[in-house]
Design a protein around this ligand. Structure first.
Ligand code: FAD
Length: 366
């Protein structure tokens, strides 16, 4: 039987960062992914905040410097603001520096960087079971591992195997690309277009990523119908490359360690509940999992160190976001209440907005 110090399941952002940190820390590392092409199909809005914005949210600058690398050749557009649009069209715009990236190129670039420090990458290879001493692949092969890192996304098989699935709502998401618009900022639309969620238009290089996510579908409606209505209302389309997927929304879990298994990224439910963004937290948690795994196999440190590390860096902002999301959710289903709330936030300025999303710089602009 093959043996590695660390086996990482999933080569998304969490898995590739975990593999890079583990291999860099001297652990023999294997990454397995069941996709024939990494990063494809794209199931993402492809927006990332800049490292400076991320440092406003998470008080862990050195971790961000180590782990939050946006490969320059995957950037499609640099954006400078976010605009939130209420159900009745009132617009609230505030500065937010970030990027849209090609997720198809981004996931590959992160994986290649992990290979560059010695991680071995194998795909398409699905993992079907976590064993006492490793993992079992879809072809029946067993691979022994000192540590298994579950970075296998929102429906994580590793989390289920380890009995670590936290309470959460799986939001239903749909995304597509359309021609233009090509502004240097991102738009989020709230209300009937995406009940208890939001719709977005994010500019790429020569086209735009559009999509929406909802906690649950209105009776008798489908995600495609909601997207079609949104496109008609905003005179966008035709939609190409539609994909549907999930985002886990809920409070951060109490532990991400069981036996020799660690979880990171969406598998660990580490998504910013107020906006559904999960790539940065996937990268940061993946990195911390890889560091803890390497220290465990090389120097005998307890794997529980991972819990201490991710909680110090991520827990408080994620927990606060989950509380705000739960509070806002009471009003989000009713357009008039939501519109009123958004106008109130616009008028009352910085404090209220800070608790909604990226802090302290909201400017009413309607
Ligand atoms: C429509 C949509 C739009 C989004 N927009 C944004 C956005 O604009 N910005 C943002 O920050 N976040 C966004 N998110 C969330 C973001 O995509 C995720 O948080 C992020 O991809 C999590 O990274 P990850 O590495 O944890 O998991 P994933 O990116 O899901 O990677 C998991 C990997 O594991 C592999 N895998 C799964 N099961 C197995 C198995 N059994 N065996 C082997 N391999 C397996 C998969 O093939 C995949 O490559 C969006 C999500 C959706 C659905």
């Amino acid at each position: 039987m093959e043996r590695y110090d660390v086996v990482v399941v999933g080569a998304g952002p969490a898995g590739s960062l975990a593999a890079r940190a583990a291999a860099d820390g001297g652990a023999t590392t294997l990454v397995l992914d069941h996709r024939p092409e990494l990063g494809h199909p794209v199931q993402c809005g492809e927006f990332l905040p800049s490292a400076e914005e991320l440092s406003d949210l998470f008080d862990c600058r050195s971790l961000i410097e180590a782990a939050y690398w946006i490969p320059p050749n995957t950037i499609l557009r640099t954006t400078g603001w976010m605009r939130c649009v209420s159900p009745y069209g009132h617009r609230f715009r505030f500065p937010l520096s970030g990027f849209t990236v090609s997720r198809r190129a981004f996931d590959k670039a992160l994986a290649v960087r992990a290979e560059g420090v010695g991680a071995e990458l194998r795909y398409p290879t699905g993992v079907v079971r976590v064993l006492e001493d490793g993992v079992e692949c879809a072809d029946g092969r067993r691979i022994e591992a000192g540590v298994v890192i579950g970075a296998d996304g929102p429906l994580s098989m590793v989390a289920r195997s380890a009995g670590l699935v936290p309470p959460r709502t799986l939001f239903r998401m749909i995304t597509a690309t359309v021609d233009g618009p090509l502004e240097d900022g991102i738009d989020l639309f709230f209300g009937h277009c995406a009940p208890r969620g939001y719709a977005w238009v994010f500019p790429r290089a020569t086209d735009a990523n559009v999509g929406l996510g909802v906690a649950e579908l209105p009776p008798g409606r489908s995600l495609d119908e909601l997207l079609d209505e949104f496109l008609i209302e905003h005179e966008l389309g035709p939609a190409r490359e539609r994909t549907r997927w999930w985002v886990p929304i809920g409070p951060p879990p109490t532990t991400l360690v069981r036996g020799r298994v660690l979880l990171a990224g969406d598998a660990a439910n580490l998504v910013m509940a107020t906006n559904g963004g999960g790539i940065p937290t996937a990268m940061l948690s993946g990195w911390l999992a890889g560091v803890a795994a390497a220290r465990h196999v090389r120097e005998g440190h307890p794997l529980a160190d991972y819990d201490a590390a991710w909680k110090a860096a991520l827990f408080e902002p994620l927990e606060r976001a989950a509380r705000i999301q739960r509070f806002g959710d009471r009003f989000a289903a009713f357009d008039p209440v939501l519109a009123l709330g958004m106008r109130y936030i616009g008028a009352s300025g910085l404090d209220a907005m800070m608790r909604l999303r990226w802090p302290s710089r909201l400017k009413r602009n309607s």
